[in-house]
Each structure stands twice: as structure tokens, then as C-alpha cells.
Design a protein around this ligand. Structure first.
Ligand code: HEC
Length: 149
């Protein structure tokens, strides 16, 4: 009995250990976003934008993709209008994320949260190139990259 419980626990623990050690887990990184944008991406109307259909549209073109990468890397501040609702908040730059982690995070945000499963995947190289171009963006400058909807 004791032996079989130990075997069971071991077999449960093993796959999750292997997962965290070998794969950059975008869903895990998203936990820091969920504090504001919510686990579902629904946001808090008027305070924290939803991460939904507009994010799926951004992911479909180069300018929108550069915008998403820069929002995460440099933060964003200024006036936004989403579904007729005004936002005028501040999102701090998400420090401590490498290029590979930002790519994994955005693949989760676009595919998992905004449910745009056919979107082209973000790559480490794409993130690196956009960050090099917009490395010193201030949160107010990020807003200028936002595609008109
Ligand atoms: C402390 C709260 C907070 C956290 C944490 C946060 N955000 Fe934000 N985010 C905001 C606010 C506030 C705005 C809107 C800023 C404004 O009004 O200018 C925003 C805007 C955005 C936008 C732009 C939406 C649009 O329609 O243009 C995206 C994309 C985004 N956040 C993604 C993320 C991701 C991904 C993470 C996690 C790495 C994250 N945010 C973490 C508060 C937060």
C-alpha cells in the first residue's frame, strides 16, 4: 500500500518537473499579468483592458506584433479606447523577462487567452529584433505603436 502511494506520487510529480525544466512555460509567466488582466483575460472594465479580440487582431500584422512585444517590455501609459470604454492607466514594464520568455508569454496570451489559435507564433528572434528597435521606449511612446482599430 505504502509502496503504491509512493509510486503514484512519483509518477504525478515527474511530468510536471520535466515540464518546468525543459520548456519556457508562457502560461506560468502569464500569472503575473492575471493580477490585473485576470486569468481569463477579461480584465476589469474601465481599469484593466481585456486581452481579447483586439489582441488577436494585433497579432495578425507586424505593427501589432511589435506593439504587443513593446507593451510587455516597456510598459504602456496613456488613453485607450476598447469596445467604447475609455482607459487612462499605467502598466509598468515587465522586468526580468528574456526574449524567449516574452515569446512564450505572448504565444500564451494570443493563443491561450485571446484564443487566436491560428496566429503565427512569436519567436525569440522576432522579440529580440523588436526590442532592439524599441529598447528605450517610454510607456507613453508605446501608445504610438498601437494599430488603429
Ligand atoms: C499592474 C497591473 C498590470 C499588470 C501586472 C499587467 N498589465 Fe497589461 N495593462 C495594464 C493597464 C492599466 C493597461 C492599460 C494602460 C493604459 O490605459 O494606457 C494595460 C495594457 C495592456 C495591453 C494593451 C491592450 C490594448 O488593447 O492595447 C496589453 C497587450 C497588456 N497590457 C498585456 C499585459 C501582459 C501580457 C502582462 C503580463 C506580462 C500585463 N499586461 C501585465 C495593467 C497591467
Amino acid at each position: 500500500m505504502i509502496k503504491s502511494i509512493a509510486t503514484l506520487l512519483f509518477s504525478l510529480a515527474l511530468p510536471s518537473l520535466a515540464h518546468t525544466q525543459t520548456v519556457v512555460d508562457g502560461a506560468n509567466i502569464y500569472k503575473r499579468c492575471a493580477a490585473c488582466h485576470q486569468a481569463s483575460g477579461a480584465g476589469v472594465p474601465g481599469v484593466y483592458p481585456k486581452l481579447g479580440a483586439q489582441v488577436a487582431r494585433f497579432a495578425a500584422n507586424p505593427q501589432g506584433r511589435a506593439y504587443l512585444i513593446t507593451v510587455v517590455s516597456a510598459g504602456i501609459m496613456g488613453e485607450l479606447k476598447i469596445d467604447g470604454r475609455a482607459y487612462n492607466g499605467y502598466m509598468p514594464a515587465q522586468a526580468g523577462l528574456g526574449d524567449e520568455q516574452v515569446a512564450a508569454l505572448l504565444n500564451h496570451v494570443v493563443g491561450g487567452v485571446a484564443k487566436a489559435s491560428s496566429a503565427k507564433l512569436f519567436t525569440t528572434d522576432e522579440v529580440k529584433a523588436v526590442r532592439a528597435e524599441h529598447a528605450s521606449a517610454k510607456p507613453t511612446e508605446t501608445m504610438k505603436l498601437r494599430p488603429k482599430q
